[in-house]
Design a protein around this ligand. Sequence first.
Ligand code: DQQ
Length: 444
Amino acid sequence: NNMLTWQRTGFHFQPEKNWMNDPNGPMYYKGFYHFFYQYNPNGAVWGDIVWGHAVSKDFVHWTHLPLALVPDQWYDQNGVWSGSATLLPDGQVIILYTGSSNESAQLQNLAYPANLSDPLLVDWVKYPGNPIIGPPKGIYKKDFRDPTTAWRTSEGKWRITVGSKAGRTGAAFVYETEDFKTYRLLPGVLHAVPGTGMWECVDFFPVSINSKNGLDTSTNGKGVKHVMKVSLDDDRHDYYSVGTYDETANTWTPDNPQNDVGIGIRYDYGVFYASKTFYDQKKGRRILWGWISESDSEKSDVLKGWASVQSIPRTLLLDQKTGTHLLQWPVEEIESLRLDGKDFNNIKVEAGAVIPLDVESSSQADVVAEFEVDKAAVEAVEVSPNEEFNCASSGRASQRGSLGPFGILVLADPSRSEQTSLHFYISKTSSGSHKTSFCTDQSR
Ligand code: DQQ
């Protein structure tokens, strides 16, 4: 409770002080991973939004650079909001972002590096012809934001998508361009889902169905599925879904409508929002960044002088076993930073047991845990066939069920009046098969 002891992170990205939100324009350029982020240079609350900028070679050690984009034009006077970077085959670098205008209209804008030979890309130029795209007819001016990385069509034209809503239906519009200066709105929408509200920070990218390599955003054709992700403004979670992209029809269709974006699978069942992927051409992988906001009050953010962190970037792959889910793992660079290790093996976790793991004194820990479930015992347990389990509502970590929860408790005090639980819960579906939920309980 001593305000001087507010701790900062050792692994997760943070600016030196103040408020941060969405990841923006991640890319690998001339030897550096570039990271931009929504940032308030004037305080630890959301407002006065600019693009902060930092570079790293390993995603953990960062060099903070001058602000990349600040509100200095009528079309972004109320904030330089989220956007994405595209690397063109001829070496150009394109940033598209949303400006909140002097009248709070959401307008899409183009920016590019002043000097492409600078690996740090410190100086950025706003295109004199900005804004390049305004809200489509019938769309409210405050419901149109966050342009994606562009992908190239089979004809060699570029397309982007921008999230929006009409009534309660979340939707993604698609624009086509040849020069990133003039754009044509394609008929229809890439996708829309009734009842999901405003789609923020839409992400749209290909995944391979048979290889462990990430794919460049323009890859399409055989052996490729397309993932769509939406961030729901109303419920503050990121939902993705695997489906099929039809370039000619300008549509993306989920493989399983029950897993549609906004109603199905999430990237993360903790705090994780406004995420964005990029293709790392250096290591041939797709990497996911996501914003982790604070769970404490705004008052404590102001007292400590900063708010929120970014997730550890994760390598993303299609799970070939299910075809519906993505596999996520912290980037391999994290492993090279371990200073010391401790192993605990063959621990038997009986029902109701809490087993302390003595990690001695450690202020930062990187934990890998594997649980082996006694399959025969699980089969033998009689569970009502429709026992549904929900991470957020089903009693969380403290309520005992037939097949869970089990997992680890971190940041616990000796009496465990404070603890954070990361746990699994196995439930039986109506068809008799098993389903595993992976949850976090931050209520203590
Ligand atoms: N944050 C940005 C918007 C985006 C929202 C503004 C998502 O562009 O829709 O800071 O967190």
